[in-house]
Structures are given as C-alpha cells and as structure tokens.
Design a protein around this ligand. Structure first.
Ligand code: ADP
Length: 473
C-alpha cells in the first residue's frame, strides 16, 4: 500500500519532510507520510483543473461505471480498510467494518444519482423563445475531511462530486491520512483518469490557504470544527467559493415520561457511545422528564456498565481509545467542571489506566445549564443527564445553543413528538432512533452547525451549477 501524496496520477512526495501517524490505542508509530504544503496543493489544483476539462465532458454513464467499480473494490477490500482505520483512528473493528460499508454506499448511491441530474424546461412568455435550465458541474472541488470517520466523510463528498462531473483535491486529517490514501489507491485501480482525484496530506494552514484562495477551486466541502469552518468561510469569501460546511453539534437527547424505556436506553447508547462519543451527531446532553428520570438513569447505567473499553482490534470491544491526549484532556476537564458545579458521577468519570487514551463510559446526573458539557461538544463517552418538568422547558433548553445539527426525541406520543420536533432547530432528528444517518437522506446542520446537505438526492446539487438559457428561435 502507498503512503504518499497522489497528484496528477503520480504517487509523489518522497523527498518531503514526514508526518507520523500513530495508533491511539498503543501509541505505536504506524506510518510516515509526506508533509505537503503550498507547492503540492497548487500542483494538485493545477492537475484537477486540467482534468476537469475532459472529466466534465464524460457522460453520467461513464462516471457511474467507474464509481460502481470503486464501490466494488471498497467492498472487496473491507477487511484491509477496516483494520487500517482501527489502527490509525482507534474505533472498534466492528464499527470500522460498518463504516467501510456506509462509506462505500455513498459511492454506490451517487453512481446511481449521476444518471438523475435533470435540467428544466420553463414555459415561455414569447413564442420565439425557449427557456431552459441546464445543470453543470461546479468545477474543481476541495474536500477537507476530519479524523472521526476517515472513510465516510470522504466518500460522501467524493461520491457526489465525481458523479456530478467535478474533479477533486482531497485534504484528509493529518491524524488519519492512511484510510484516505488507500481509498485513492482503490480509485486509481478502478480507472479514474489522472488528475480527477488528487490527495495532499500535510500542513492544514498552508494547504487550506491554497485551496481556499485559488480561484480555480470553485467549491470547498468541509467536515470539522465550527472554529475552522469560520476561517474557511472568511478565506472563501475572497473568490466567492461555494461552501458546504458540516460543523460541530451539541445534540440534545430528550426523553419524555411516556417513552418506551428500552428504545430510549438503546437509542441513547447508540447515539452517545458510538465512536467513543466522537461524532458530531453524538448526543451530548440528555434531558429526562421527572417521572421517568430515576428509572432511565438506572436502566442506562446497567447497560453502560456492560460496555467493554479497550484496543479496537480486540474482539468484543465497544469503546476504543479517544483520538489523542488532547481529546482525553477535554473530556476530563468537562467532567471536573461538572463535578465542581454540583453534578454526581453515577458510573465512570475517569480513565481506566495511565496507558492509552481511554476513558471509561461515564454517566453523570444532576447536570445543570451552567456546566461546560451542557454548552459545548465533549467529544467523548460522557452522558450528562438533566431532569426537566415540562415540554416548553425542554424545547427552550434544547434550542439554547448556537448549534443545530442533530437532536433525539424519545416519546410514544405522536402529538408530543410532533410538537417538539417542529419547535426545535436541528437539521437532523432521530425520533425513537439513535442512529438516523443514512446515505439516501440529507445530512446537515442549522445555525453554526453548517451549510448545505450531504447524502440523498439533495447531496449532488451541492456540486452542480444552474445555467439558465434563453434561446431565441
Ligand atoms: P477536528 O477537531 O475534528 O480535527 P478540525 O476542524 O480541527 O476538526 O479539522 C478538520 C479538518 O480541517 C482536518 O483535515 C484539518 O487538518 C483541517 N484544518 C484545520 N485547520 C485548517 C485550516 N486553517 N485550513 C484548512 N483546513 C484546516
């Protein structure tokens, strides 16, 4: 397998300084990858721009065939991709396998959607004119991706971009470049022409500046923190880039008195503890109505005690390590802050041992609005629970945040569920469902959680321009 940059159909960067990729479970050095910068980013943009001229003229059927091949190769290489992901990122192997399939499904879905990009005929006001809307690929796309889903965050950008007829320059997270490089290698094997897909690993700042300031890049699609999203939006304003930003969340889980307790507990575990709590749609704060509160805390604690913490390569592990020391420190500081402000630990609340970036899945009760974990993403396996009385109160609590990505509501009442969902400002809602993401559905946030949608038939529009044509005949 390669561990190099891929620019204009060449594996390159041997002579550059290297960045090290470590296994967060063991600290072991897994690989060294060239650290690209401005020069490599500019070369990749140049290659993508050249390739766009011919790639954008291929038919949707040709592009679909290549995407289908890539899908097949991802499935064939499931085991290798999943192991690589677990080793560089830490998630349990079973979750990594799940992600490979989820990621491959984006490629397959957009192979199919490529064939369904329709223009429009508009009724004319003048018998000597014909009015039409043509759809065109937006141009060179820069895809900047995070470490928490090294495969899926890339394919949900690359799939629709390539299907639409765009070429791409990928900038993966420096924590997890290997899965992205392997995917590009599979794309090369599938037969994508040179320059259509390029990958540059290295300095975020340098590469980011080139990608955001070069006028040939017409679209930037990013998943990561709100903080970095704001920088990209400012930089992108220079050349009025089209932007899709998939940013931070702060998901509420709302459990009403009439909830089915099993659905609520299982859904909370699915949402809160997947990827050790390191997803932007993870429940971050749990609001439980007073009558069901104690029963819910007991039932959740019983199940959370069964979650096994350890190296994701071992059988039966549910909670892998956090990505790095900084991740552990953030979780620890959120827990310390909550305890100082009067919360109580029901389970966990500490690291299991000195070694590794592990944190015991934690349940905290008596959480209150003033605690850090009730106001910002913890990005770790900590479930803080706050009691509430009325529906109006919980709607106010849920909306009291600049974020608006995912929310979860557990109730058996159609009228109460409908009322809450209509009144909460979140782009994705799981109603009695802790895992709402699906390739065929639009994923994205409101407010400071982002712009645009990924997935679904809506996802390809982000990579298309409309051209209105008025034809005199
Ligand atoms: P996370 O906390 O999930 O790593 P970040 O927003 O820090 O989220 O990073 C997401 C992606 O954005 C990574 O690929 C990272 O290297 C990249 N990135 C970080 N800072 C910048 C920047 N100034 N310009 C462009 N990309 C950046």
């Amino acid at each position: 397998m390669h561990n190099l940059l891929y620019i204009n159909g060449e594996w390159t960067g041997e002579s550059l300084n290297k960045l090290s990729v470590h296994n967060p479970a063991t600290g072991e050095l897994i690989s060294e990858v060239p650290k690209g910068g401005k020069k490599e980013a500019a070369a990749a943009v140049e290659a993508a721009d050249d390739a766009f001229r011919t790639w954008s003229k291929t038919t949707a059927y040709e592009r679909a065939a290549l995407l289908k091949k890539l899908y097949g190769l991802m499935i064939e290489n499931e085991a290798e991709l999943a192991e690589l992901m677990t080793r560089e990122m830490g998630k349990p192997l079973s979750e990594a396998k799940g992600e490979v399939h989820y990621a491959a499904n984006y490629i397959e879905w957009y192979a199919e959607e490529a064939k369904r990009v329709y223009g429009e005929n508009i009724p004319t006001h003048d018998s000597n004119k014909r009015l039409q809307v043509w759809k065109k690929p937006v141009g060179v796309v820069a895809a900047i991706t995070p470490w928490n889903f090294p495969a899926a965050m890339l394919t949900r950008k690359m799939g629709p971009a390539l299907a639409a007829g765009c070429t791409v320059v990928i900038k993966p997270s420096s924590e997890t470049p290997l899965t992205a490089i392997k995917l590009v290698q599979l794309a090369e094997e599938a037969g994508f022409p040179k320059g259509v897909i390029n990958i540059v690993v290295g300095s975020s700042k340098e590469i980011g500046e080139v990608l955001l300031l070069d006028s040939r890049v017409r679209k930037v699609t990013f998943t990561g923190s709100t903080e970095v999203g704001k920088i990209l939006m400012k930089q992108g304003s220079e050349t009025i880039k089209k932007l899709s930003l998939e940013l931070g969340g702060h998901a509420p889980i709302i459990v009403l008195d009439d909830a089915d307790i099993n659905k609520a507990v299982d859904g909370t575990i699915a949402s809160k503890f997947r990827n050790s709590g390191q997803t932007c749609v993870c429940g971050n704060r749990i609001y439980v109505q007073s009558e069901i509160h104690n029963k819910f805390v007991d039932a959740l604690t019983e199940k959370v005690k069964e979650l096994k913490v350890g190296d994701g390569m071992e059988e039966g592990i549910n909670i892998g390590p956090l990505i790095n020391k900084a991740g552990v420190e953030k979780v620890s500081s959120h827990v310390a802050d909550a305890l100082e402000k009067g919360a109580q630990v029901v389970h966990g609340g500490e690291q299991p041992s000195e070694q590794g970036n592990y944190y015991i899945p934690t349940i905290i009760k008596n959480a209150t609005n003033d605690m850090l974990m009730m106001n910002e993403e913890t990005f770790g396996p900590v479930a803080p629970i706050q009691k509430f009385e009325t529906i109006d109160e919980v709607i106010r609590l849920a909306n009291d945040t600049p974020f608006g990505l995912a929310a979860y509501v557990f109730t058996e009442s159609i009228s109460k569920g409908t009322r809450i969902i209509e009144d909460i400002d979140f782009g994705i809602v799981g109603w009695n469902d802790g895992a709402p993401s699906a390739v065929q559905a639009p994923f994205g946030g409101l407010k400071e959680s982002g712009l645009g949608r990924e997935g679904g038939h809506q996802g390809i529009d982000e990579f298309l321009e409309m051209q209105y044509v008025s034809m005199g005949i």
